[in-house]
Design a protein around this ligand. Structure first.
Ligand SMILES: O=C(O)CCC(=O)C(=O)O
Length: 242
């Protein structure tokens, strides 16, 4: 694959008062009001493994059946949803996940605090967790453009375990709103690889990637299958339901 990594505008926000976080960050301007912030080490290595083991064991993972272009298929990764009380229900690809409470998973509340500290002004109230059991698990091209997140959502994505590629590509113009393409064939994904409007981030254990501005309106993202990814990756995406 010949994908371009966007040149970052470096920002360094070392936080000497925090024993667990090192918030050195890189800001990638995607243009036209879209940007991505990447913090390679939100958490130190050991704390990240503690989170990984806790989430792997204690989160009530499910692998739901979803609908893509009228076809029912098993979602190609495990999932779980956590949200504050009283929020509108989340529905995607014909699936309505049960919303668990933050109180059921104390380490999640701690992690939420750490994400809030790293991103001043943020206030997330919901969380979608994904578990990729190996290289055959993936998430197809999609945007998190559900109305309940508003027009310019900030989405903060924390990764643990196996490193995987996170791809971004500009939405094709004048096509209907792209849906979650979990059923997309591998050949389709490869064909687009020389598009200059594609970017790849290797999401490291303990890293934080934040999508901002119009990224959900103008871009699609995916974590494609990778034969060599032979161990578990857990990803948490924090969102604000308005
Ligand atoms: O696993 C990831 O890094 C991305 C997850 C994602 O795109 C989603 O939950 O919408």
């Amino acid at each position: 694959m010949n994908l371009n990594l966007t040149t970052p505008q470096n920002e360094t926000n070392e936080n000497p008062n925090s024993p667990t976080t090192k918030t050195k960050s890189e800001l990638f301007n995607l243009g036209q009001g879209s940007s991505v912030l990447y913090i390679p080490k939100l958490l130190v290595y050991e704390e990240s493994w503690n989170h990984f083991h806790y989430f792997n064991k204690h989160i009530p993972w499910t692998r739901p059946t979803i609908k893509v272009f009228g076809r029912s298929l098993l979602q190609p990764r495990d999932t779980c949803y956590v949200a504050s009380e009283g929020l509108p229900e989340l529905v995607y690809s014909g699936y309505q996940p049960r919303a668990y409470s933050w109180d059921e998973f104390p380490p999640l509340k701690k992690l939420l605090d750490e994400v809030h500290q790293a991103l001043p002004g943020s206030r997330f109230n919901s969380l979608l967790l994904n578990r990729y059991k190996g290289g055959n698990d993936y998430v197809g091209w999609h945007a998190d453009d559900e109305k309940l997140y508003g027009p310019t959502p900030e989405i903060a994505s924390v990764s643990f375990g196996c490193e995987r590629e996170f791809l971004l590509k500009k939405r094709p113009k004048k096509t209907p709103q792209a849906k979650r393409l979990d059923g997309e064939s591998p050949s389709k994904r490869v064909k687009k690889s020389k598009d200059p409007d594609q970017h790849t981030f290797m999401l490291k254990h303990g890293s934080l990637l934040v999508m901002r501005g119009y990224t959900q309106r103008d871009w699609l993202h995916s974590v494609p299958k990778r034969v060599k990814a032979d161990s578990i990756r857990i990803n948490l995406t924090f969102r604000l339901v308005l």
